[in-house]
Design a protein around this ligand. Structure first.
Ligand SMILES: C[SH](C)CC(=O)O
Length: 266
């Protein structure tokens, strides 16, 4: 009916790029909750946050595919819609994946990537520096300078490099732009010649498995990237979580009256 939340947002859920795992979860959500009238709009992570900012500044209703940690929760007063069917999975982790052979070829880099581990707050701090106007590189440099003890844990026992190249693959999600620049800068300070290769999520996994990239720190598991992980896990090494406690879901401004995905069924 005309005053339903669906009518208010044109039955649109603003998503990100089609291959992202959160979009597969969103497609499952639309099906499982019987949201037949609703359309999941494909785009990009950057376009989604631009739309969110525009709607929020105009105090207009909007529903986006969202994840934490993310700067949007400190920039805007937002909430996750409850997901009683659990279609967005539970709390997740972000894993570090490296190509086979990296341990032999670049032992120092392997040690640092294996010891890379931080909290959601740390990642949010770097993202906040970036949304505050710093380049990803400057934000990474600032965080590293402010967190010498944490960085010392990562590089503890790592063999210094002598200009060997290390390529890190990433997708242009705000979380991975931040994390990949931080660990890239630490590898750089440890003597590696670091390059960052920005790709879509499928090519990111393919690149690690075929060795065209050495590592990535953006594997959302156990559910968001499960299809990519299962397709490539035989040909790569999973060094485990670098961050624990992420969350995916449908995110709306607090000023919207709805609290659950079930409220979209009305
Ligand atoms: C950073 S997004 C939750 C990752 C994904 O959806 O594939």
């Amino acid at each position: 009916d005309e005053n339903s939340i669906g009518a208010a947002v044109g039955y649109k859920i603003i998503g990100i790029e089609p291959g992202a795992g959160i979009m597969e979860q969103a497609r499952t959500t639309v099906k499982e909750y019987g949201l037949d009238q609703w359309n999941l709009i494909e785009g990009s992570s950057a376009a989604m946050t631009t739309e969110l900012k525009k709607a929020y500044n105009a105090q207009k209703p909007i529903i986006v595919t969202g994840w934490s940690p993310h700067w949007k929760f400190s920039s805007f007063d937002l909430k996750f819609l409850e997901d009683p069917k659990g279609t967005f999975g539970g709390a997740e982790d972000i894993h570090t994946l490296v190509r086979k052979g990296l341990k032999e070829d670049a032992p120092g880099a392997y040690t640092i990537l294996d010891q890379f581990s931080w909290e959601p707050k740390d990642l949010e701090d770097v993202m906040a520096y970036i949304t505050g106007g710093m380049s990803a590189e400057e934000a990474a440099q600032k965080w590293i300078k402010e967190n010498p003890d944490r960085v010392a844990e990562w590089v503890d026992g790592a063999q210094k490099a002598n200009g060997e190249s290390i390529d890190l693959a990433l997708v242009a999600w705000d979380t991975e732009i931040a994390s990949t620049n931080v660990i890239g800068k630490v590898l750089d300070q440890n003597g590696y010649d670091v390059s960052l290769t920005q790709v879509e999520v499928g090519p990111m996994y393919a690149g690690i498995s075929n060795g065209s990239s050495d590592a990535m720190v953006g594997a959302w598991l156990p559910s968001t990237h499960i299809e990519y992980y299962n397709a490539y896990k035989e040909d790569l090494m999973d060094l485990g979580p670098n961050l624990r406690g992420t969350k995916n879901g449908l995110v709306v401004p607090q000023y919207m009256e709805i609290d659950s995905i079930e409220d979209l069924q009305k």
